[in-house]
Design a protein around this ligand. Structure first.
Ligand SMILES: *Cc1c(COP(=O)(O)O)cnc(C)c1O
Length: 414
C-alpha cells in the first residue's frame, strides 16, 4: 500500500504521524514537501532487521534526500553516509557526520572534491576510474594521508530489471569498471603507495525488482576479490525498491538477504540505501488551481510541477495522488499537471480523484520523499518549495527549509 503507518487518514484527514496536513499547510502554504522522520527511522530499522544475517553497516545515500534535518536524524540513529559529490560531503559534515563514516562514490570526482574529502578524514573512496587512483594517491601524498581505503566499483555487466534511466550495471553504463580492469589494478596495487585496496563496491541501479541480477553481480564481485585476502569489505550499494502503486508487489527482501548471507558471511558488509529509507516518508502537497475537461479527459492543473517533482517527466515514474480530505464521492480518472510550459510537465497521467474536485482543494502526491526536492529546479522562475519535517518523537513539526522567494531567485545576479 502507498499509505503507511505514518502517512494515513485520521478522522477523514490525511496526516503525517499525528499532524493533520491541512493544519501544516494553513501555515506554510503550497507546494510543500512534508517528511516523517519517525517513518524514515522505522524504514532504517526495518532494513537493518531484514538484513540482520549479514549485519550491514548502513550508509544512507544523501542524493535521495539531503535535507539537513533528515540527515541529522539518520546520523544520530547511527547511520553512515554515502555521498557522490563534494557538495554532498559538505552537507553530510554540516549534519554532524564524521568523515570516517562517509563513503565517497561518483564517476567524476574533481581533484578539489578529493582533497576536501581527504582533509576531512573520509572513510572510503568508491573508485570508478583508473586515473582517479593516481589523483587520490597524489592528493593523499600532498595531504600527508596514508592507507586511504579504496573500494573499486565493479561494473558487473548485468542487466538490472528497472527503468533504463536508473540502471547502472550494464557493461556500457558510465558507472564502475569491468572485472578485467579491476583485476589488473589489484595485481599492480603496490604502485599506489598511499592507498589501501580493502573493499569492493557494487551499485547496479535503483528500484531493483529482480534480485537475480543483484545475486549475479554479487557473485562476480566475490569471485574477483577471492585471491585478495586484504579485501574484507563488500559494499552492495543501494537499490532496494519501494511501492509507488497501491497494489505493487515487491521482491521479498528477507528472502533475498537469506540468499546472499552465506556468500557475504566472511565479509564486513556495507549498504547504501536511499530511496527505501526516505521515499515513503515523504509527501508533496499541492493545491488545485483549475479543473478542466478537454478531449474527453478531465485535467487538474495544480500548483506543483516538474520543478518540484521531476520523476514523472524524467523516468515516466508513477506517483499515487490522493485528496487531503477523505471523501466518499465517486471518482473520475484525472490527469494531474503542473503550470510549467512543457508538455512533459505531467505529475500523473491518470489517477482516480473525486468527481467534485475543485479550485483550492489540497492533494497529496505520495511516496515523494526520495529524488524529489533534491532534483527541484527553478525553471520558469518558480521558487523551490518549502520542506517540513515531523520530529523523530512525533511531538511537533517544523520548517526544515523555508520556501524560496522571488528575491532568492535574482540575488546572485545583483
Ligand atoms: C544512488 C545511489 C545509491 C542509492 O540508491 P537507492 O536506489 O536510492 O537506494 C547508493 N549508492 C550509490 C553509489 C548511488 O549512486
Amino acid at each position: 500500500m502507498v499509505l503507511n503507518t505514518s502517512i494515513t487518514y485520521h478522522d477523514g484527514q490525511l496526516t503525517v504521524d499525528q499532524h493533520a496536513i491541512s493544519t501544516i499547510i494553513d501555515e506554510v502554504g503550497t507546494p510543500t514537501y512534508i517528511y516523517s522522520l519517525p517513518r524514515a527511522l522505522s524504514n532504517y530499522a526495518q532494513i537493518k532487521a531484514q538484513f540482520e544475517a549479514i549485519q550491514p553497516h548502513i550508509h544512507y545515500s544523501v542524493k535521495a534526500n539531503g535535507n539537513l534535518a533528515v540527515l541529522r536524524a539518520l546520523i544520530k540513529a547511527g547511520a553512515g553516509v554515502d555521498v557522490v559529490s563534494g557538495g554532498e560531503f559538505f552537507r553530510a559534515l554540516k549534519a554532524g557526520a564524521k568523515g570516517e563514516d562517509i563513503v565517497f562514490a561518483g564517476v567524476g570526482k574533481t581533484p578539489e572534491d578529493i582533497r576536501y574529502a581527504l582533509e576531512n578524514g573520509v572513510g572510503w573512496f568508491n573508485v570508478e576510474n583508473v586515473d582517479e587512483l593516481d589523483i587520490i594517491n597524489q592528493q593523499a601524498q600532498a595531504a600527508g594521508v596514508s592507507s586511504v581505503k579504496i573500494a573499486m566499483r565493479l561494473n558487473p555487466d548485468v542487466k538490472a530489471n528497472t527503468h533504463h534511466h536508473i540502471a547502472t550495471g550494464h557493461g556500457t553504463a558510465k558507472f564502475g569498471l569491468s572485472v578485467a580492469i579491476i583485476r589488473d589494478i589489484l595485481q599492480n596495487q603496490t604502485k599506489y603507495a598511499n592507498l589501501r585496496f580493502a573493499g569492493i563496491h557494487l551499485h547496479i541501479g535503483s528500484q531493483l525488482q529482480d534480485t537475480q541480477a543483484t545475486l549475479q553481480a554479487l557473485q562476480s564481485a566475490i569471485d574477483l576479490i577471492r585471491p585478495y585476502p586484504d579485501i574484507q569489505t563488500v559494499n552492495i550499494g543501494g537499490g532496494i525498491p519501494v511501492a509507488y502503486r497501491p497494489d505493487e508487489q515487491l521482491p521479498d527482501i528477507e528472502q533475498f538477504a537469506a540468499l546472499i548471507a552465506p556468500t557475504l558471511q566472511p565479509y564486513t558488509v556495507f549498504m547504501e540505501p536511499g530511496r527505501s529509507i526516505i521515499a515513503d516518508a515523504g509527501v508533496l502537497i499541492t493545491r488545485v488551481l483549475y479543473v478542466k475537461e478537454q478531449a474527453g479527459q478531465r485535467i487538474a492543473i495544480v500548483d506543483a510541477s516538474m520543478t518540484e517533482l521531476i520523476r514523472p517527466a524524467l523516468y515516466q515514474a508513477y506517483h499515487h495522488i490522493v485528496p487531503i480530505k477523505q471523501t466518499s464521492a465517486a471518482t473520475v480518472p484525472t490527469q494531474v499537471v503542473g503550470p510549467v510550459c512543457e508538455s512533459t510537465d505531467i505529475l500523473s497521467q491518470e489517477v482516480a480523484l473525486p468527481i467534485d474536485l475543485k479550485h483550492g482543494d489540497l492533494l497529496a502526491i505520495l511516496t515523494a520523499g526520495a529524488y524529489g526536492m533534491v532534483m527541484a529546479s527553478t525553471y520558469n522562475a518558480r521558487p523551490r518549495p518549502a520542506e517540513v519535517v515531523v520530529d523523530v518523537d512525533d511531538s511537533q513539526w517544523s520548517i526544515a527549509r523555508r520556501r524560496e522567494t522571488w528575491d532568492d531567485l535574482v540575488k546572485q545576479e545583483e
